[in-house]
Design a binder for this molecule. Structure first.
Ligand code: 4AD
Ligand code: MG
Length: 506
């Protein structure tokens, strides 16, 4: 048995492939089949003149997603995806599939989500899952190479850590328990035992809203480091993101091409240092009161809006032109199809632009009205990151809006040493982290302010009794990172079976 990935090593040879029919077209005495085997896609040609009758009959019978075994010769063909095709000599059937519900034409996302177990087979989903795999591998690689110990934190927990409004409650042998919102508190305990650790596990947030960035179940990577301060924490975040993105875009060229991901900005990121700014400066930028290198966030967005409107007008004109040409008649069938496809693409682009046309004025409005001391919403993040091509780090946040465990800024007790990393291109927060409060009394005071049950934190307070040290860490949302790398607009497509408000099946 051979695999499509790596088929270039078998040029001129006969191979045996097993997979599913992703597409089938027929010509005179010919079938053009696109076979997928999980590792890739390849065109296979069944020519009536060069196969036995049984094989040709089999090729006639099979439709989308039928499962088959194909034997044939690997032939170079530059025009094909991957540069090779298969001249089939034999085709056996595992199963002739029933009529496949996900046909070629456009389906709505809800329908596709209901059929997620099948949708995963389609090309873009396949590519995204392959990127996800590499991202996970590269995350482990980075930490393992840099002396971090992986640890598993519990899923059943007795205490809240990231605010009581997003807790999933569950029953643990009659005791009240919660699904972990974070592994951090346990990570802190392990850092005191092992020095530098990271967790990589599922975390749960009951977010009763449908946004394109929130899952109820998502995977988080949480390093925790004894003796790290705010700067060391930010330096680590930066080299970590750079390393993972760099390796992933190198190793996933085909996948990112399949996703039409323009990687020029991602490529730039390794040579650029991530801008770091305080919350206070970030707010001034959002409100248009502070420029960055002569550029103003509000003005830029106003210009964007003008450009969006122009693009819509241009694209609408192009559609009209192409439609007129088709209607005038006399075009060859291939040319008509080409123009129809072009029109469909233009329509999809206009739809996206119209969304922007609607959104930008709202973003501007909420940026102008931003109140100092508030947390950033998705739109504030978009306004702020519009000025940058690489992720930015915002540090020193108002104490009131951040978690109980964050350490105060030395000479400014209204602020804490938290840091958020915001990705460019509208993707927003991908990392949240901080220096942790190491003083027992201050921590007790914060637990009270946040109205958390003291008993549940006794063990955590022990860490501040027995050899308390400065320490810091952060959490990266795996799916948020994947969305940014793949340019996936909605987080539900970055995980095999998303769990979110309104979706538990399949
Ligand atoms: O900012 P958060 O809530 O921070 C923590 O949980 C800390 N305990 C991390 C730490 O310091 N060890 O979450 C961290 C990251 C966010 O930046 C975001 O990328 C992701 O987790 N995240 C979500 N991803 C998908 N769906 C959700 N509902 C998410 N909530 C947070
Ligand atoms: Mg956060």
């Amino acid at each position: 048995m051979h695999f499509i990935e790596g088929i270039s090593n078998f040029e001129g040879q006969t191979v045996n492939l097993k997979g599913w029919i992703a597409n089938k077209r027929s010509g005179k005495g010919l079938f053009f089949i696109v076979l997928r085997d999980g590792t890739g896609f390849i065109q296979c040609i069944v020519d009536q003149n060069s196969v036995d009758e049984a094989t040709f009959n089999n090729a006639t019978k099979i439709g989308l997603e039928s499962s088959v075994e194909i034997e044939g010769q690997v032939v170079k063909d530059e025009r094909q995806i991957g540069g090779f095709e298969i001249q089939v000599s034999k085709l056996n059937i595992y199963q002739v599939a029933e009529e496949y519900p996900i046909a070629k034409k456009e389906h709505g996302v809800d329908f596709l989500m209901d059929k997620r177990h099948l949708w995963l087979r389609s090309k873009k989903q396949w590519a995204t899952m392959r990127v996800r795999n590499k991202v996970i591998y590269n995350i482990h690689r980075f930490f393992q190479k840099n002396g971090f110990m992986q640890m598993d934190s519990p899923i059943f927990t007795g205490n809240a850590a990231e605010g009581s409004t997003t807790l999933f409650e569950t029953d643990f042998y009659g005791e009240q328990a919660y699904l972990a919102q974070t592994g951090q508190l346990y990570g802190e305990a392990m850092a005191m035992a092992l020095g530098r650790i990271y967790t990589f596990g599922p975390t749960f947030r009951a977010e009763k809203s449908k946004t394109r960035r929130h899952l109820s179940e998502f995977w988080m990577i949480e390093p925790e480091m004894a003796f790290y301060d705010a700067k060391m924490n930010m330096d680590l975040i930066e080299s970590f993101i750079k390393s993972v993105v760099k390796r992933t875009i190198e190793e996933c060229k085909t996948e990112l091409e399949t996703l039409d991901r323009d990687t020029s900005l991602l490529q730039k990121l390794t040579e650029t240092s991530f801008p770091r700014m305080s919350y206070t400066d970030a707010v001034a930028i959002i409100k248009g009161e502070k420029d960055v290198e002569g550029r103003n966030a509000i003005k830029l967005l106003e210009e964007d809006l003008g450009q969006v409107k122009q693009e819509i007008t241009d694209k609408e004109a192009e559609i009209e032109e192409r439609e007129a040409k088709i209607n005038a008649g006399g075009m060859k069938k291939g040319e008509v199809n080409f123009n129809r496809n072009k029109i469909d693409t233009l329509k999809a682009e206009i739809k996206e632009l119209k969304e922007k046309e609607e959104n930008i004025p709202q973003w501007l409005e909420s940026a102008r009205n931003f109140q100092f001391g508030e947390d950033f919403g998705g739109s504030d993040e978009t306004v702020l990151t519009r000025l940058f091509e690489v992720p930015i780090m915002v540090y020193n946040w108002p104490k009131k809006i951040k978690a109980f465990y964050m350490k105060e800024v030395d000479d400014d007790p209204d602020f804490v040493q938290g840091v958020d990393v915001l990705a460019p291109e509208g993707f927003g927060e991908i990392v949240g982290g901080s220096v942790r409060e190491e003083d027992k009394e201050k921590l007790i005071a914060q637990i009270k302010v946040h109205d958390l049950p003291m008993e549940a934190f006794e063990w955590y307070l022990d860490l501040r009794k027995y050899g308390s040290v400065p320490h810091a860490g952060f959490g990266l949302g795996l799916e948020r990172l994947i969305c940014w790398i793949c340019n996936t607009k909605h987080i539900r497509e970055s995980i095999p079976f998303p769990r979110m408000y309104g979706r538990l099946f399949p």
